[in-house]
Design a protein around this ligand. Structure first.
Ligand SMILES: NC(=O)c1ccc[n+]([C@@H]2O[C@H](COP(=O)([O-])OP(=O)(O)OC[C@H]3O[C@@H](n4cnc5c(N)ncnc54)[C@H](O)[C@@H]3O)[C@@H](O)[C@H]2O)c1
Length: 250
């Protein structure tokens, strides 16, 4: 892949996990990187990128809050200039069946995971559309496509992101590309509370026989966001080690 010159990428939920891996990867690709997160530990990710010779800044941002986006974008413009690429990745989840899920939890999952993407695109769109090479990647999940017990809020938001991606690709086709990655099980802090047995089961449900690494999702994000993917828009790319195509049945 050719090295990116003079482009700025904004990544949400980038203090850890897949978002942090995407921040590091896009910085290595040559982007100036804005690390956005509600968690102030995102400063560490920006510091690490700068130490490695890249350009990065951290902006405290609650993606669910429009005014927080306005403040973050003012900082990004000041520090890094206009935005060329957006990775919408932040999430919250609550592993409860619908009858046990509070309305507050349901609303918060929608607000962060789905409305957060809406706010992010709206905040970045004027910048993204200006050059004709703007690019957005949403981070969805295999939960968008498959029902698994106990995650009605999360699955709904992830299905929403795949729909939103197609819709925005249609609406802004000539000006901005919109794609999403659809990860399967990827070892991040999201798995901290999950037992070794359940992790093993998820790993064995993939065709490659292991869980994914955040850097492997970041590599797919890097491709879709880049000009190497200039003829790809509205796509949902599974990054799941074959989880979604292999089923055990006799
Ligand atoms: N880990 C997996 O197995 C897996 C599988 C499929 C999809 N995904 C998707 O990948 C993405 C990243 O997941 P992860 O596993 O790296 O999660 P993670 O929990 O490690 O990181 C999520 C980040 O989002 C941030 N965040 C939460 N609320 C926020 C808000 N309101 N505003 C800004 N930032 C906020 C958190 O502080 C955290 O840094 C998510 O969209 C998730 O749905 C993950």
């Amino acid at each position: 892949m050719s090295r990116v010159v003079n482009r700025t990428a904004v990544i949400t939920g980038a203090a850890q996990g897949i978002g942090a891996a995407a921040a590091h990867r896009l910085a290595a690709d040559g982007y100036r990187v804005a690390v956005l997160d509600i968690d102030p530990r995102g400063t560490k990710v920006a510091d690490e990128i700068r130490l490695a010779g890249g350009r990065a800044t951290f902006a405290l941002c609650d993606v669910a809050d429009e005014s927080s986006w306005a403040e973050a974008m003012a900082l990004v413009h000041r520090e890094l200039g206009p935005v060329d690429a957006l990775v919408s990745n932040a999430l919250v989840t609550d592993g409860l069946p619908l009858h046990e899920l509070s309305v507050e939890s349901w609303n918060r999952q929608l607000a962060v995971n789905l409305t957060g993407a809406f706010h992010g695109v709206r905040a970045c769109l004027p910048d993204l559309a200006r050059s004709g090479t703007g690019s957005v990647v949403m981070v969805a999940s295999v939960h968008a496509w498959f029902g698994l017990p106990g995650v009605p809020g999360y699955a709904t938001t992830k299905a929403g992101l795949t729909g939103l991606t197609r819709q925005l690709a249609v609406e802004y086709g000539g000006a901005v590309r919109f794609n999403c990655v659809v990860p399967g099980p990827v070892l991040t802090a999201q798995w901290d509370q999950i037992s070794p047995e359940d992790r093993k089961q998820s790993a064995s449900a993939t065709l490659v026989g292991r869980m994914g690494r955040p850097a492997e999702v970041a590599a797919a994000i890097s491709f879709l966001i880049s000009e190497d993917a200039s003829f790809i828009t509205g796509a949902s790319l599974a990054v799941d080690g074959g989880w979604s195509v292999g089923k055990k049945s006799s």
